[in-house]
Design a protein around this ligand. Structure first.
Ligand code: HEM
Length: 398
């Protein structure tokens, strides 16, 4: 329910813009925004920015455009916590710790495990004529990979999915309005599960990423329990749902551009270019958010201190001033400068892992199929954070 102090756009965290029940194609709305009102007022203290140039300028300038956007942090009720919605120096410290887990070498070490999970899921998936792409591959693969890295591969993946869905669906109210009612009971379950794991790891380290984080010593001492739980949420939720989105979106693009899919099947060296173009074409994380740390002006619009800005990554990726034929899915973009992983100090730390997972999916699947057809296509739901809860597809075997 929208209260008097909440604007519609705050409540839905941009649902009306990039998805939701009444959504058509959000990319048509982005195109209109870029053309007519690149800096758009969406509510009393809420803006949306749609041009590539502005998106990059905002993400580059973390002093002016703060990531501390949570209602409770802005009001001073609570200190900003976590990494993604935080600024230096706290962000720098947390990022320095987590980044070690995602260096190209560490990620490369995951390759055999990712390939094994993928083989198993694809074998099972292709045994059926029609399948739910989300349930059979796009959700389980990323969650298995991250659970394996965290050392909780013996956990219940269906429960992780339920937690993940609730947290991501409530991110708008929870973060922007400080209303945790939709997510409170899930967080209790989540925190109880991971607190127990963390206690076990304190006594008995097991070499997993979580174990390393429990024992890491920084200049300020060890990570607090709250910081550790935040890492678990971030990795299990943000990293999963977006990689699920990448797998869905790549298949969606191939269903719409079958000739491109054939080209990639015939030359698997084109897979990295196809992954980048899938990220550009349908960004899994359509938008991020920043807060103006002072009064400022952008394209003639007066943005007040503490106004929040929806930074439309998906729109920037289709900006006709930057990408030739932006509505075409092309493998020859060379330096594909998409911002699907963000830009600047918060740019995605999990990008090497996501790229590897996307590449392994295509390398495993493409030689075994001739085409893919989406059987239910709700374009709106497809692009909401977390993507559709199910997606029936038919693969024509090779
Ligand atoms: C295709 C998949 C993915 C996409 C599209 C994606 C997208 C993004 C974007 C756009 C940001 C920046 C947010 C901002 O600036 O406010 C981000 C940050 C982040 N991502 Fe990803 N992500 C993906 C996969 C992953 C994976 C697999 C992980 C880890 C397992 C991960 C972990 C993170 C973390 C920890 C941050 C916060 C970085 C920071 O605040 O410095 N992501 N991601």
């Amino acid at each position: 329910m929208t209260t008097e102090t909440q604007t519609e756009s705050e409540e839905s965290f941009g649902d009306g813009l990039f998805g939701g029940d009444d959504a058509g194609d959000p990319y048509e709305r982005y195109e209109a925004l870029r053309r007519d009102t690149p800096v758009t007022r969406m509510g009393e203290s809420f803006w949306a920015v749609s041009k590539y140039e502005d998106v990059v300028a905002i993400l580059r300038d973390s002093d002016t455009f703060s990531s501390i956007v949570g209602a409770k942090a802005i009001s001073g009720e609570e200190p900003a916590s976590g990494m993604i919605f935080n600024d230096p120096p706290m962000h720098t410290r947390l990022r320095g710790l987590i980044q070690k887990a995602f260096t190209p070498r560490v990620v490369e070490e995951q390759r055999p495990a990712v390939q094994a999970y993928c083989d198993e899921l694809v074998d099972k998936m292709l045994a059926e004529e029609e399948t739910d792409l989300v349930a059979s591959l796009a959700y389980p693969l990323p969650v298995m990979v991250i659970a394996n890295m965290l050392g909780v591969a013996d956990g219940d993946m269906a429960t992780f999915k339920r937690w993940s869905d609730v947290i991501i669906q409530n991110i708008g109210p929870s973060l922007l309005m400080g209303d945790d009612s939709g997510v409170a009971s899930t967080r209790v379950e989540f925190d109880a599960y991971f607190s127990k794991r963390l206690d076990l790891l304190r006594e008995k380290p097991d070499g997993s990423l979580l174990s390393e984080l429990v024992h890491v010593e920084t200049e300020e001492g060890r990570l607090t329990q709250e910081e550790l739980l935040m890492f678990c949420v971030l990795l299990l939720v943000a990293g999963n749902e977006t990689t699920t989105g990448l797998i869905i979106n790549a298949m969606r693009a191939f269903s719409e551009f079958p000739a491109v899919m054939t080209e990639v099947r015939d030359d698997l060296d084109l897979i990295p270019a196809a992954v980048e173009e899938a990220l550009r074409y349908y960004a899994p994380f359509q938008a991020t958010i920043r807060r103006a740390s002072k009064d400022l002006e952008l394209r003639g619009q007066k943005i007040a201190k503490d106004d929040r800005i929806l930074v439309l990554l998906a729109s920037a990726n289709r900006d006709e001033d930057v990408f030739e034929d932006p509505k075409e899915f092309r493998l020859d973009r060379g330096n594909n400068k998409h911002v699907a992983f963000g830009f600047g100090i918060h740019s995605c730390v999990g990008a090497p892992l996501a790229r590897m997972e996307g590449g392994i999916v295509l390398r495993t699947l493409l030689p075994r199929i001739r085409s893919v057809t989406l059987l239910d296509t709700d374009a709106g739901e497809m692009l909401l954070p977390g993507g559709p809860s199910s997606l029936r597809v038919r693969f024509e075997p090779a």
